[in-house]
Design a protein around this ligand. Structure first.
Ligand SMILES: [Mg+2]
Length: 199
């Protein structure tokens, strides 16, 4: 069976500027650098989770303002061309019921995919052998490795580096999407040559 690709949206497919949204909503002196250094950085600024997720919702509602990371769309098209099944998996809170901006963004950017999963409580239901997970959330990376996913890859944001090191070689990171694509493709080719050896 060909592997399934499960790919995250926020800060994986596009740079979602949550810190800027928090600045706009609450006036806290945050910059993009802040959100790249530490997961749950918003707590250091006295913001509650509800406040933070209101900012997240604001970013999601205006997703058309954001461009994909260079190479992200091309990587998905490459994997689709190789016959892999691609699921866009993105966390949504119950109060977020307008999915049009996400669908519009996928359409506008010609993103190739087979399914969309919007989980209220994480993506773990999708994980298991045969899955290749592309995601930047440290706890999701750990869950994917523990669920015996074939491979977990993330962009090398500072907040995720320690987790990737802890779970290497099952989790890997790329400085950009060209590197992510290369890591996944080398894995796919190694899998194939191993299986060819059995035949
Ligand atoms: Mg993410």
């Amino acid at each position: 069976m060909k592997p399934r690709i499960i790919v995250d949206m926020d800060n994986t497919m596009y740079p979602s500027k949550f810190a800027q949204a928090c600045h706009d909503l609450y006036g806290v002196p945050t910059s993009r650098d802040v959100e790249l250094l530490k997961w749950e950085w918003h707590k250091d600024y006295g913001l509650t989770d509800d406040q933070f997720y209101a900012a997240v919702n604001m970013v999601h509602a205006s997703q058309e303002d954001y461009d994909p990371f260079p190479g992200a769309v091309e990587a998905l098209a490459d994997w689709k061309g190789r016959g892999l099944h691609i699921t866009i998996a993105t966390h949504r809170r119950p109060e977020q019921t307008n999915f049009t901006p996400l669908l519009q963004w996928l359409w506008d950017n010609r993103v190739e995919y087979d399914a969309i999963y919007m989980g209220l409580h994480g993506k773990e239901a999708l994980f298991g052998p045969g899955a290749i997970v592309i995601d930047d959330r440290p706890s999701t990376i750990e869950a994917a490795v523990r669920a015996n996913c074939d491979l977990v890859v993330t962009l090398a944001h500072p907040y995720v580096k320690k987790t990737v090191e802890d779970f290497f070689p099952f989790s890997r990171m790329g400085e950009n999407w060209d590197e992510i694509r290369k890591i996944v493709n080398i894995h796919l080719e190694e899998e194939n040559s191993w299986k060819d050896g059995l035949a």
